[in-house]
Design a protein around this ligand. Structure first.
Ligand code: ACO
Length: 395
């Protein structure tokens, strides 16, 4: 039986022209550039123009991806559209995009998994490819979060931005592509990020609109704690499932929600920061568009080379999380199998050594995470106490 591999053959991104800086936001709510930069790493974000919506942004990113792949929309077998901010509840954004692209033979579906949606989509697409069923699949992550944000709530409005990122996943005989994946969900934590008033549970009333219940509500601290934990666990899972350690990874592309979340996760993993893509300063949190925007930038900057192993990892509304390990294929087909090592030892012994190496790294990462949790448990009450004293003294 033929073995098929998934291969990213095209990519494209789009962000709206309009830039909203932290200084602009400071004119709208009680915040400052200094607070936003130090607490989140965000300096500016892009905001959709009037008349610009999720599907129109996705269209631009998808057209670029098709062009890079050298195929037309008519070649697409499937469209997977990751988004939580569709143009309409019905019809699905995926079908609107399929029509506007002219993807006449493609099936189309929306994938809603919050900010993890694009990684979920990439893993889903790879299954259709690896079984041999499909040849070309468009996976697109797009959000118009400026529509979903309560612009009077400083806890959330400083975080989000609009944008679109797309890839073409194609069937290939060249080894590589998706190596391992971890998809997860902790539904019990769902109310940490919720739009309470839109949905079938209760009718939307003028009173609810008045209270801005049709906009995003978020418990930032709860998500922060969840995110740092699941990002580390999911990365460890996909890396060790591939029989590798973190040192074998060339680039980590994390969901861009908060630079502090990324920093903490990276420290716990013991990864050199130069191996982590961070672009949150220019885009903010674009939810399902965040990972593909970062991937596109990494590719356009030449930060990904054939043979590189990349980990993409995200978390988001649900609360969901997802990670995948992707090996980047080059243009040429490899005819010779790659030898992991040329030591004159038996294959079994080599495998055992590799398993020991992976187990040692896993234990090291877990210990580092426990230590950093313990440090936070001691420091947080001290910090809160100091803040309380300062408040009472009126400083
Ligand atoms: N400007 C100034 N002050 C602010 C702002 C702001 N924009 N927002 C909150 N504050 C204040 C708070 O009111 C609070 O004041 P108080 O101490 O007087 O009560 C103080 O700053 C500290 O607030 P914290 O919530 O403790 O701030 P923290 O350091 O936790 O940062 C943040 C908040 C940035 C939201 C952080 O918790 C975070 O990033 N959490 C994760 C959020 C996230 O990832 N969400 C999306 C996930 S899903 C998806 O990506 C769609």
């Amino acid at each position: 039986m033929t073995t098929y591999y998934s291969k990213i053959t095209g990519w494209g991104m789009y962000v709206p022209e309009r830039v909203l800086t932290n200084h602009d936001l400071a004119q709208m709510v009680d915040t400052s550039d200094e607070w936003i930069v130090t607490r989140t790493g965000i300096r500016e974000r892009h905001i959709a123009a009037d008349g610009e919506a999720t599907v129109s942004m996705a269209l631009k990113a998808s057209e670029k991806a098709l062009e890079v792949a050298g195929i037309t929309a008519a070649d697409l077998d499937l469209i997977i559209f990751a988004s939580s901010t569709p143009d309409y509840l019905c019809p699905p954004a995926s079908s609107l995009l399929q029509d506007r692209l002219g993807a006449t033979k493609a099936g189309a579906m929306v994938l809603v998994a919050g900010c993890s949606g694009f990684v979920y989509g990439l893993v889903t697409a790879s299954q259709f490819i690896q079984t041999g069923l499909y040849q070309h699949i468009l996976v697109v992550g797009t959000e118009k979060l400026s529509w979903a944000v309560d612009w009077s709530d400083r806890n959330t409005c400083v975080l989000f931005g609009d944008g679109a990122g797309a890839v073409i996943v194609s069937r290939s005989l060249e080894p590589g592509g998706l190596i391992s994946a971890r998809l997860g969900s902790e539904g019990a934590e769902g109310d940490a990020l919720i739009v309470p008033a839109i949905g079938s549970i209760e009718p939307l009333t003028p009173e609810k609109i008045e209270r801005n219940e049709h906009k995003i509500r978020m418990d930032g601290r709860r998500i922060f704690k969840f995110a740092t934990q699941v990002m580390v666990d999911a990365v460890v899972d996909v890396v060790s499932a591939a029989g590798l350690t973190i040192n074998d990874i060339d680039l980590i592309i994390p969901h861009q929600a908060n630079e502090r979340i990324i920093d903490l996760a990276v420290r716990r993993l013991g990864v050199d920061r130069s191996k982590v893509l961070i672009n949150i300063d220019r885009y903010g949190n674009t939810s399902a568009a965040s990972v593909p925007l970062a991937l596109c930038e990494a590719l356009d900057q030449g930060r990904i080379q054939p043979g590189d192993r990349i980990v993409m990892v995200a978390f988001g509304a649900g609360l969901t999380y997802a990670a995948c390990l992707w090996e980047w294929q080059g243009a040429e087909t490899r005819e010779e199998p790659i030898l992991v090592s040329n030591w004159p030892i038996s294959e079994t012994l080599r495998e055992r050594l590799q398993q020991m190496r992976v187990a040692a790294w896993r234990a090291q990462t877990e210990a580092r995470a426990k230590l950093s949790d313990a440090t936070m448990a001691v420091m947080l009450p001290l910090y809160t106490f100091r803040k309380g004293v300062k408040k009472r003294l009126g400083k």
